[in-house]
Write a protein that binds this ligand. Structure first.
Ligand code: URA
Length: 202
């Protein structure tokens, strides 16, 4: 993995992203993790710090992991696109990675998956789900909560934590939590009655 990381950090496949990035955001966590979380692409915070999911969405992901009884160090966290998508005509804001950018970059993810051999992959959001499953417009609301397969590994799509931050309803929180309960079941993590009841109305 250190060798793979070193190669990825020196990647120059996307000229426009090489020109705009501060750093390549390879991934963090347990290199023998049972659960691999895959987001879409680094944002400004991640580009500055070189670590995925360290901004606001990352804070929520860390909380979700805690609710599962896990620390960030116990899972592996990465993105389909390892460089921050450039925004040449904007001074602020993010843009979603294109299908071409994701396809160009996915070789790094494949090699990470081959190395980690996770039991389960969690695709965070519509863009990551579409990028992995090569769907132009992945209907995340329909797809979440059901198992898919990616490179022979069970894949659970769920809402992106940034979406949850914008639409923080009990219903959305429970939906994501049910997806994570399914992941916990599949990977043999213990689940308490209290955990089963999170985000249910009483
Ligand atoms: N959103 C993502 O999809 N990935 C990150 O690393 C941060 C925010």
């Amino acid at each position: 993995m250190p060798e793979l990381r070193a190669q990825a950090l020196a990647c120059t496949r996307c000229e426009h992203l090489v020109a705009s990035r501060q750093q390549v955001v390879f991934g963090v966590g347990n290199e023998a993790a049972d659960i691999l979380f895959v987001g879409e692409a680094p944002g400004a915070d991640e580009d500055a710090q070189g670590e995925p999911f360290v901004g606001a969405a990352g804070g929520l992901l860390t909380k979700m992991l805690k609710a599962m009884g896990l620390a960030r160090e116990e899972v592996y966290i990465t993105n389909i696109l390892k460089c921050r998508p450039d925004t040449p005509n904007q001074r602020t804001g993010n843009r979603a990675p294109t299908a071409d950018e994701m396809a160009t970059c996915s070789d790094w993810l494949h090699r990470q998956i081959d190395f980690i051999q996770p039991k389960v992959i969690v695709a965070l959001g519509k863009v990551a789900t579409g990028g992995l499953l090569e769907m132009e417009d992945a209907p995340i609301t329909k797809m979440r909560g059901t198992w898919h397969t990616y490179r022979g590994i069970p894949l659970m799509p769920t809402f992106h934590p940034a979406y949850l931050l914008h639409k923080e309803t009990m219903q959305n929180k429970r939906a994501v939590w049910e997806d994570l309960l399914a992941v916990m079941e599949k990977t043999g993590l213990p689940i308490s009655d209290k955990q089963r009841g999170f985000f249910l109305k009483h």
